[in-house]
Design a protein around this ligand. Structure first.
Ligand code: PMP
Length: 493
């Protein structure tokens, strides 16, 4: 990307005024529910790959990637070419759910990528265009197929913002949803973490299903994320995933994998369920499958296909541009084995971030899978949670002491310092204390190094800002004396 911002205003001062005017009008006119726009006051006007350029001429490395949507980054040439091809062909852009060559090619490419065991018996339902629409459709499908209503869902889950998805998410509760513990090492609800924590979580699930007086009726389905994204970047252990598959299969409970965020190479496998070898009965897919345009589908085993004609309809199920962009994206990720690239680069980044964390006790945990990475910020001066020592069979793998309290203020400060340095990161987690990195799978080694540099620089600035009045080496936020960083440059290449 090059050149100044074009338009009626010229020069940097004019561009900045235009940028500020747009932001002012946004806060005056748009809903109080706006989210990303509050923490990221930027006005994107151009973007390519990892880079976004704002209306004020500033450039950013974008590790938010449309909340994990942009597997190939912004405006990848194969995506643009696919969109242009549809536009130039004169094909209709709106077709309800009619068959078209564009849709036919999308389904062929999608089915080619599906986990073995599902690919040969799969049906696909095109939903409304958002991930939450596909979650709704999946819940409705398993209810129709089983004749039951209850759903098993997990602590920390995020499945979307419409009524059914919301009740399956961790932030809400409803009588139709039974909440089960999602295994996690760092803040293990059993105070033990590791394999033992995951085993206890599985046993709790099993006992609820088998105890006739547990208060849980046989459910219509179980919905889970193989890696919780919004819940704070928490990968499910593969063995636990296999236990969930076994528990559900033995009891004829359809297993729904929500791969809205984890799909299309993000976690180091094309679909995150492949890590554990689990074949779900239903997969919920969105975000990257539309190649940056809105598209959502449910894929499911054909014996669940009990829909009556028209029982899950919708006007916007035939977005031809999204299907073409999605086909190009799926094919590019598959042909270039970008899942493998995500796995190797992701594990290198995790190592480097863990090494950074040794300098900053306020980085309580670094975790992730592939290019889905999170740093949990904590208050190292706060009292640690207690661990259940009696349960610890393996004293080495889980942390010897429990976690410090979450530090959402530090996480927000780190996000702002990153932004000042031209790096866009996401915040998430149960306590909004997890700084998340979701770079495109096409990120180069040099770009990854630049991301880490900016992040380390921002972390140093945050630690120093919170260390005011104390010698850096004495302060709990900084383990060794890191020099205070120079103020960030305003313009970045
Ligand atoms: N499921 C998961 C796992 C998600 O991460 C999200 C979005 N972050 C959704 C569902 C909902 O998708 P959408 O925002 O497109 O409705």
């Amino acid at each position: 990307m090059s050149g100044p911002v074009s338009g009626p205003v010229s020069g940097l001062g004019g561009a900045r005024r235009a940028h500020e005017g747009i932001l002012r009008r946004q806060s005056a006119r748009e809903s109080a529910a706006r989210t990303y726009a509050r923490a990221l006051p930027i006005v994107p006007v151009r973007a390519r790959g990892l880079t976004i350029e704002g209306a004020d001429g500033r450039r950013y490395l974008d590790c938010l990637s449309g909340a994990g949507t942009l597997a190939l980054g912004h405006n990848h040439p194969v995506v643009l070419e696919a969109i242009h091809k549809v536009l130039d062909s004169g094909a209709p852009l709106h077709v309800l759910d009619l068959a078209t060559p564009v849709k036919d090619a999308f389904i062929t490419e999608l089915f080619r990528t599906l986990p073995p065991g599902l690919a040969d018996h799969a049906r696909v339902q095109f939903c409304g265009p958002a991930g939450t629409d596909a979650v709704e459709a999946a819940l409705k499908l398993v209810r129709a197929a089983t004749g039951r209503t209850g759903v098993l869902a997990f602590t920390g889950a995020y499945h979307g913002m419409t009524a059914g998805s919301l009740e399956a998410s961790g932030g809400a509760s409803d009588v139709r949803v039974t909440r089960l513990p999602y295994p996690q090492d760092y803040r293990c609800p059993f105070g033990v973490g590791g394999e033992t924590g995951a085993e206890l979580a599985a046993r709790w699930t099993e006992s609820l299903l088998d105890d006739p007086k547990s208060g849980v009726r046989p459910p219509a389905g179980m919905i889970l994320e193989p890696v919780q994204g919004e819940g704070g970047v928490i990968p499910a252990p593969d063995a636990w995933m296999r236990r969930m598959r076994q528990l559900t299969a033995d009891r004829s409970i359809p297993l729904i994998a929500d791969e809205v965020q984890t799909g299309v190479g993000r976690t180091g496998a094309f679909w995150a369920v492949e890590h554990s070898g689990v074949t779900p009965d239903v997969m919920v897919l969105s975000k990257a499958i539309g190649g940056s345009l809105p598209l959502a589908v449910v894929v499911y085993r054909d014996d669940l296909d009990v829909w009556e004609p028209g029982s899950h309809a919708g006007t916007f199920r035939g977005n031809q541009l999204a299907m073409a962009a999605g086909t190009a994206t799926l094919a590019y990720v598959r042909e270039n084995d970008l899942a493998h690239r995500a796995a190797t680069l992701g594990s290198r980044l995790l190592d480097q971030l863990r090494s950074l964390a040794t300098d900053f006790p306020c980085i309580g945990d670094v975790r992730g899978r592939g290019l889905m990475i999170g740093l949990e910020l904590v208050d190292p001066a706060g009292e640690r949670a207690s661990m259940t020592d009696a349960l610890r069979t393996d004293p080495i793998s889980p942390p010897a002491q429990g976690p410090h309290p979450a530090a959402p203020g530090l996480a927000a400060a780190l996000q702002q310092e990153c932004l000042r340095r031209g790096l866009i990161v996401e915040l998430g987690g149960r306590h909004a204390s997890v700084v998340r990195l979701l770079p495109p799978l096409t990120i180069t080694d040099e770009q990854a190094a630049a991301v880490l540099d900016r992040l380390a620089d921002a972390m140093t600035a945050v630690a120093h800002a919170h260390a005011v009045g104390a010698a850096p080496t004495d302060h709990p936020l900084i383990r060794q004396s890191r020099p205070a960083p120079a103020p960030p440059h305003e313009e970045r290449p």
